[in-house]
Design a protein around this ligand. Structure first.
Ligand code: PEP
Ligand code: MG
Length: 588
């Protein structure tokens, strides 16, 4: 029989956990869950509720066991993810609905649990918030476990696979991921999932390369036993890789290992260019649990603490004391480096469950960020008090999000002044010199940066929103994603204007949007004169290396050229060319 060459196929997704794996596919088809449904006779209702309670108890025990095993393997931080699962089991309104379904609708517990959880999950997923979507996955994960405990039929379990493999699945839950045998799973590829998902967080901490967001139904095109190459850096799944592809990846893996080894040595060094220009390189923070990664990254403090994350997933707003303790804890960990606390930035794509807002037609243009705080001063004052009090203990700075003009900034500062006066009167300590900054992420604020700069002690450019609002491109909408260009001439020129206005007023200007995390843009930001980069913690060593191999003269020359350019693509190409020339190995 003539030899038929194998055809290499490539599927594009998003790399959610870095690394490359090469091995044999195991395609996981969990099968459609059959949920038993039958009526409960009135005299059996109590017994059915007892059965539900026993299953709830067993589920709690299992989750605690997974948590303990995970904690022993990778530490408490990752195991903390299952706290969200335990909370699902304690949700009083959901538990009430389970019981009501049995008592009033006279349905069996499996059916009631499945229906109720599916409805809750659907409602959360419909809010289109990445954080809440993950909570909806938590609910589904817990309800599956609960139904399994009720029916007594064990989930086949991914841990049952006995050979080394690259796992292929439509979707993996956090408990699926935690139960993977790390000696046997070389990597995983899924359709459902995002960089923010708990599954991706776990994969990264477990060191398992992963690609998500693969084309719909891709798993049906694969068979267990297929040879796979999975590229968690570039978000690629390659089926039947050719010998040349495999060689290319082996070389890539060798280079990568060398780069990682070198980067580890940078922790104690400063971000100084070859010609002696120093910048501050800090990191962004969402969850307090990320602090150990910050420490390892060598970041000089937190340049953006997104405090809204602390307000999510709870029924009541955190009170002053709880916020104070939270800020103090972080500030102490970072000391002597600064902690820049951004005041609440909810609204837009970030609803606040503990403080439901009216539905808006254009939420990104609505009651968002500082606007909400100025309309609901009672929330704002509590947060300002907590931040001011924390400033007595650590190196704390305060920053307002979504400032769009001078009156708004003056209003925020006036409330801050009232809160200061109140604390003085009460004899409560705080740092009288607490630096206050404004985020510049609305084009109007960029154009009025000179006036705003007079009223604050620093400026921080939020390139994510500045790009969205300058270009009128929704940052969440996949359909217009190609139009979302941070290198659009309009965005770059506005950034130049902000930096110049800040410097003219004698202020430092930082960038805390995602542009600071992209090493392709490092020369551009340096050339614009940005004084501080606040980036994703895991990118900090790479950015530091990029800074160290550049000269400020090269960066200024690039920026001068770029400011004359007429398209985002041209600017992007110029930035990437310089980055490739000086630190191509870091870009991979
Ligand atoms: C930004 O808009 O660039 C920013 C840092 O704020 P967020 O991403 O939280 O809106
Ligand atoms: Mg923003």
């Amino acid at each position: 029989m003539p030899h038929v060459p194998r055809e290499e196929r490539r599927y594009k997704g998003t790399g959610v956990s870095p690394g490359v794996s090469h091995g044999i596919a195991f395609v996981h088809h969990p099968g459609k869950e059959e949920i038993p449904r039958y009526p409960i006779r009135p005299e059996r209702i109590d017994a059915e509720i007892l059965r539900l309670e026993a299953a709830l108890k067993a589920t709690r025990r299992q989750i605690e066991q997974i948590q303990a095993a995970l904690s022993a393997a990778v530490g408490g931080k990752e195991a903390g993810i299952f706290d969200a699962h335990l909370l699902v089991l304690e949700d009083p309104s959901m538990l009430d609905e389970f019981v009501r379904g049995i008592e009033q609708d006279r349905q069996n517990a499996e059916y009631v649990v499945h229906q109720t959880a599916a409805r809750y999950a659907e409602e959360l997923a419909a809010l289109k918030d990445p954080y809440l979507s993950e909570r909806s996955q938590d609910i589904l994960d817990v309800s599956r476990r609960l139904v399994t405990n009720l029916t007594g039929k064990a989930h086949p379990g991914l841990s049952a696979i006995q050979t080394r493999h690259v796992l292929v699945a439509h979707h993996l839950t956090p408990s699926d991921t935690a139960s993977l045998n790390r000696d046997l799973v070389l990597g995983f590829a899924t359709e459902i999932g995002s960089k923010n998902s708990h599954t991706a967080i776990l994969a990264r901490s477990l060191g398992i390369p992963a690609v998500s967001g693969l084309p719909p139904g891709f798993e049906a095109l694969l068979d267990t036993g297929d040879e796979l190459l999975l590229d968690g850096y570039r978000g690629l799944l390659i089926v039947n890789p050719l010998a040349d592809t495999i060689r290319e990846y082996q070389e890539f893996a060798r280079q990568r290992a060398r780069v990682e080894e070198d980067l580890g040595e940078l922790r104690e060094t400063s971000a100084v260019t070859r010609d002696g220009h120093r910048i501050r390189l800090s990191a962004n923070l969402g969850l307090v649990d990320e602090l150990p990664i910050h420490k390892l990254s060598g970041a000089e403090g937190v340049g953006l603490y997104r405090t809204e994350v602390f307000y999510f997933n709870r029924d009541e707003l955190p009170d002053e004391e709880e916020q104070y303790q939270n800020y103090v804890r972080i500030a102490k960990e970072l000391h002597p480096h600064p902690l820049v606390i951004r005041t609440l930035d909810v609204g837009g794509d970030k609803p606040l469950p503990a403080f439901p807002l009216a539905i808006e037609d254009n939420p990104f243009l609505g009651l968002r960020g500082v606007r909400l705080c100025l309309q609901h001063c009672e929330i704002f004052r509590v947060q300002l008090r907590a931040i001011l009090r924390a400033s007595a203990v650590g190196n704390v700075r305060l920053m307002y999000p979504m400032i769009s003009g001078l009156p708004e900034l003056l209003h925020a500062n006036a409330i801050l002044e009232e809160v200061r006066a109140q604390l003085r009167q009460e004899g409560v300590a705080f740092d009288e010199k607490l630096p206050v900054g404004a985020m510049i992420e609305v084009p109007a604020a960029a154009l009025c940066a000179a006036e705003l700069a007079r009223e604050v002690q620093f400026l921080s450019i939020g390139t994510n929103d500045l790009t969205q609002y300058t270009l009128a491109v929704d940052r969440m909408n996949e359909a217009v994603a190609p139009l979302y260009e941070p290198t659009h001439p309009a965005v770059v020129r506005l950034m130049k204007q902000i930096v110049d206005a800040g410097h003219a007023a004698g202020l430092k200007v930082s960038v805390c949007g995602e542009m600071a995390s992209e090493i392709g843009f490092t020369p551009l930001l340096l050339g614009l004169g940005v004084d501080e980069f606040s980036a994703a913690a895991h990118m900090v060593p790479r950015i530091k290396r990029a800074v160290q191999v550049l000269t400020i003269a090269q960066c200024r020359e690039l920026t001068a050229r770029v400011l004359q350019m007429e398209s985002g693509a041209e600017i992007l190409a110029a930035c990437e060319a310089l980055a490739r020339e000086h630190y191509g190995a870091l870009l991979a």
